[in-house]
Write a protein that binds this ligand. Structure first.
Ligand code: NAG
Ligand code: NAG
Ligand code: NAG
Ligand code: NAG
Ligand code: NAG
Length: 454
């Protein structure tokens, strides 16, 4: 055999072991039928504030682009004065990062564009692309402008360093046993609450900050909860009553006006329902946040406490009678001000709303919701997905290749439960229906490793 043909054959064989059993075309009738015939329960857990390069930075699985395999990645201490030096990504981050990196819209803008008020026209035209160079600058600006060199070095480590496989044994086991997205971004380059809103509504309703009106039954946007409720599909928003994130169902006028507040219940009920086979079609889970003793992985909460929570959710599902029909989507709200080397791409605007805030340089910056936020860890966990499979970019319904985002979830659930996209952003998003295989796996682990503090 000609050697190049042999190489081709070997490459094909290697790809074939990792790829789904039968590659399908996303958005196609056969792919949607396959999804509908196998998945009856979807469980979504949205954790807090971590980028791919931060949390999955030490994962060695082929296909995932991260610092251990593609790095190191470096940022200057000061974007306007390179003489102040650089810090490059290195292994072993802290279990608890105590200085919360900025995830405000303008903080994100500095992190990705190395300036507070970039030219929006140049961004929209693709002439100005993010260089992901301002993460340390932003962290020092926020937490250590007058600090000494030792403290500045620690601040640089906080945003640039990454976790090893040994530090995150639960995530490592999940990555090795299930499906991880290499290109999944938060919906918007801003903080927690607008991103959490977008996960369930396909827009943040023009919000770019954590406003007091969230979680007060105030908003009229259509949400997944209203959509499912009106079409007689079942849902429950399980939340950790210690608070700190969500509960997202509490954002919407609809939930209260239709007496559905009783579908917002304690996370303790989730474990009981999972054991009894009583989970609804759609379970939406809120971890507790933020600080020591909370489970979302938001700094300064421990990564190991977040892992213990994920393990408990997983093992409840795995032991429950609904496992064979369950798709567990583990994702994050946003990248939390932690470095990632992949530039967020442009994306269709969900609506005509904009958000303006004053940047630290005193100027106003208007965000048009026409680009995604940082890359965030997202996994599909189910007997119906490939083992140790890493998904690259997806395709939208027009067949254009693009990165996945939080809106990919609503796009795919629309196929599962027969509803139209809530916004143009959702309509234009890549779906992941084709990643469901046609046979359930029998080799899924019953338990996951026990995380340790470090
Ligand atoms: C960057 O350097 C400039 C010039 O020395 C200084 O004015 C500014 O405060 C520095 N910013 C940060 C975040 O270190
Ligand atoms: C740097 O500042 C920190 C916090 O103020 C202090 O604890 C430490 O001793 C300082 N280190 C040096 C080398 O001055
Ligand atoms: C939902 O159930 C109600 C009550 O049984 C029924 O009236 C309604 O037509 C159903 N709606 C749909 C979309 O199936
Ligand atoms: C945005 O505004 C334009 C011009 O008024 C309109 O054609 C378009 O439908 C609007 N888009 C949305 C999503 O509302
Ligand atoms: C992370 O979440 C917290 C709590 O909701 C929020 O205050 C913060 O802005 C988020 N971090 C970033 C970088 O957005």
């Amino acid at each position: 055999m000609h050697s190049s043909a042999l190489v081709g054959l070997l490459a094909f064989a290697a790809a074939a072991t990792a790829a789904p059993q039968k590659p399908r075309v996303p958005h196609s009738p056969s792919s949607i039928d396959n999804l509908k015939s196998h998945i009856k329960n979807v469980v979504v857990l949205v954790m807090e504030n971590r980028s791919v390069d931060n949390l999955l930075g030490g994962q060695t699985i082929p296909g995932l682009e991260n610092p251990i395999k593609n790095g190191p990645f470096c940022n200057p201490y000061n974007v306007t004065d390179p003489s102040q030096g650089f810090h490059c990504s290195a292994a072993k981050d802290f279990d608890s990062v105590t200085d919360d990196p900025s995830h405000a819209v303008t903080g994100n803008t500095m992190e990705f564009f190395s300036q507070w008020t970039p030219d929006n026209t140049a961004i929209a035209d693709g002439k100005l692309v993010p260089n992901n160079n301002g993460f340390i600058h932003e962290q020092i600006n926020n937490h250590g402008l007058t600090a000494n060199a030792t403290v500045k070095a620690m601040l640089a480590e906080q945003v640039m360093n990454y976790y090893t496989e040994e530090q995150t044994p639960v995530l490592t086991a999940l990555v090795q046993n299930y499906l991880t997205f290499n290109h999944w971004h938060s919906d918007l380059a801003g903080p927690t609450d607008p991103n959490r809103f977008a996960v369930v509504a396909g827009t943040s309703g023009g919000h770019g900050s954590n406003d007091a009106t969230f979680y007060t039954y105030t908003y009229t946007q259509r949400s997944i909860f209203e959509q499912l409720g009106e079409t007689n599909h079942t849902w429950i928003n399980y939340w950790d009553t210690a608070g700190g994130t969500g509960p997202e169902a509490k954002n919407f006028v609809w939930t209260k006006a239709t007496n559905n507040e009783d579908k917002i219940v304690s996370i303790d009920q989730f474990y009981t329902d999972a054991a009894n086979g009583a989970l609804p079609e759609f379970s939406y889970l809120n971890p507790s946040c933020c600080g020591v003793g909370t489970t979302s992985m938001h700094d300064s909460g421990l990564i190991s406490d977040g892992e213990a929570f994920i393990k408990k959710v997983y093992e409840s599902l795995r032991a429950g009678p609904q496992w064979e029909e369950t798709l567990f989507v583990l994702t994050f709200d946003e990248s939390g001000g932690f470095h990632d080397h992949v530039s967020p791409p442009l994306a269709t605007r969900p609506d005509n709303l904009t958000y303006t805030e004053k940047a630290p340089n005193g100027e106003e910056y208007t965000y048009e919701f026409n680009r995604l936020g940082g890359r965030i860890p997202t996994l599909l966990i189910s007997p119906w997905v490939g083992k140790g499979y890493v998904e690259q970019k997806g395709t939208n319904y027009r067949g254009e290749i693009q990165s996945y985002s939080a809106s990919s979830l609503l796009r795919t659930l629309g196929y599962l439960w027969n509803f139209d996209p809530f916004t143009p952003r959702v309509e234009d998003s890549a779906s992941f229906d084709h990643l469901i295989q046609n046979q359930p796996r029998k080799n899924t682990p019953k338990t996951l490793p026990t995380p340790q503090t470090f």
